[in-house]
Design a protein around this ligand. Structure first.
Ligand SMILES: Nc1ncnc2c1ncn2[C@@H]1O[C@H](COP(=O)(O)OP(=O)(O)OP(=O)(O)O)[C@@H](O)[C@H]1O
Length: 266
């Protein structure tokens, strides 16, 4: 495997992971580490097994073989120290933005009144100070994402698992959300696994990009350190020579996998 980085202490360790669905082997023999405080992006062709891998780390899917540790403990079920953000919103339609953020804590046993008190500053931090009493159907897609992000971050997870969280947004809103995510992440540098099929998004956000091979039996085939300076503006960083060089290097590996994946789909 192509390897261009040195990792710190592991927040996630995956050893020899295989996941089968019936006779189909989605991922096979996967070894992967995510350092403490590292922002890792996972890219790969569509259907290669990115979500499968993330769901195993999240404890939502049992491995067929192999071992997975998150924050020093074997993963055996949904991990309470991890926060999840998926493409689909997890907002309750009958709750206001403020209460939806508070729900992150309520689900963990914090009384509603206390949870609301803690949720108020979060409205401001995600740029929704004037929208606390709106219901999800009264919010734009980007605003809902902000609520979703605050709902996860209010629980202060040490590990953030994100599965294409911004892919349904238009490009401008997406860049705003990516910058907001980086701004909040820089405050205390949680360990992150961020899945995307967009290589540019992966490079703009991450400390390291791992490339998965086309399925079946997908596995990591490249790991690239992203030495771009922080803080980063995700729209501006894309225009730099350095970014283009990194993109070219990773794309030269990813392109072949994308082609294989298309060929398999007939
Ligand atoms: N519950 C399941 N039962 C059967 N097959 C599954 C199941 N979940 C996933 N798969 C298959 O495993 C493979 C990997 O799926 P997965 O969703 O992990 O890929 P992905 O890389 O996240 O895809 P995408 O980029 O399209 O979101 C696919 O071929 C998919 O059809």
């Amino acid at each position: 495997m192509v390897e261009t980085s040195v990792r710190a202490k592991a927040a996630v360790e995956v050893r020899g992971l295989t996941v089968r669905f019936g006779s189909y082997t989605a991922v096979e023999g996967v070894d992967l580490e995510v350092g403490e405080g590292e922002f890792l992006a996972l890219v790969g062709p569509t259907g290669c097994g990115k979500s499968t891998l993330l769901n195993v780390v999240a404890g939502l899917l049992p491995p067929s073989a192999g071992e997975v540790y998150a924050l020093g403990e074997p993963v055996g079920g949904p991990n309470r120290k991890a926060g999840y953000l998926f493409q689909q919103d997890a907002l309750l339609p009958w709750k206001t933005a403020l209460d939806n953020i508070a729900m992150g804590l309520v689900f963990r046993g914090v009384p509603l009144r206390e949870a609301r008190n803690q949720a108020r500053p979060w409205l401001e931090r995600v740029g929704l100070a004037r929208f606390g009493d709106r219901y999800p159907h009264q919010l734009s897609g980007g605003m809902k994402k902000r609520v979703g992000l605050a709902q996860v971050l209010i629980t202060n997870p040490r590990l953030l698992l994100m599965d294409e969280p911004f892919s349904a947004l238009d490009v401008q809103t997406r860049h705003l959300m990516e910058n907001l995510l980086l701004e909040l992440w820089q405050e205390d540098r949680k360990s992150v696994i961020f899945i995307t099929h967009d290589l540019e998004e992966a490079i703009a956000l991450a400390d390291r990009v791992v490339v998965l091979s086309a399925g079946p039996a997908s596995r990591p085939i490249g790991s690239f350190a992203i030495p771009l300076r922080r803080p980063r503006d995700v729209a501006e960083v894309r225009l730099t020579e350095e970014f283009l060089g990194i993109h070219q290097e990773i794309w030269s590996l990813l392109r072949g996998e994308v082609q294989k994946s298309y060929a398999q789909q007939g």
